[in-house]
Design a protein around this ligand. Sequence first.
Ligand code: DC
Length: 218
Amino acid sequence: MGFNVAIDGPAGAGKSTIAKKIAKKMNYIYVDTGAMYRAMALFLLRNHVEPTDDKAVSEKCREADITLRHEQGEQVVLLNGENVNGLIRTEEVGNMASYSSPNPDVREKMVELQRQLAKNADVIMDGRDIGTCVLPDADVKVYLTASSAVRAKRRYDELTAKGEACDLSVIEADIIERDHRDMTRELSPLKQAEDAVLVDSSDMTIDEVVDTIIALCK
Ligand code: DC
């Protein structure tokens, strides 16, 4: 059994940035489960599946084989053998993922793979349901959050840095809507596990958050 760290929280809370740094410092494998749901969303978009057509999502998702590989410490997401790392970080894919990830057939596939990854390795895994569903016995559980305004600004800076045109108020509205969908969905909604430690990063630096979580691991 590996040492398992679960980081859950809403979009833009800084989960992946933080988890990557901790993975490096502590020699854990970082597993970004959002990237898996995004790869599935990309597959569905490519196949012109309507986000709200649950039946079509259930049927089509069977044709997607999503696997993770780690190369030089970096996670590579493979969709039917194709490296899709560079294609899944768009708002379009994120929005589709928010509709398709509640689907039970999609989740079943992803959760099984995630548990497999955590079984024999020391992992830090981030997502929405890691502490509550995927790894209920994780050694450390953190619920990482920040205000929606702070999260919108972070995403805005990220997209602007990549040269994507965007609008701060649209992003914040999107974040609030996505939070609502993630928190109210029937299957594995986003919520703090009872035994998770709450960390609000609104007024913390990245290093402060990293140090707080590493202290919990030790
Ligand atoms: O963290 P992210 O923005 O990359 O996640 C993309 C979508 O996938 C988001 O709408 C929530 C969903 N997701 C999920 O349902 N369960 C997870 N463990 C991780 C992400």
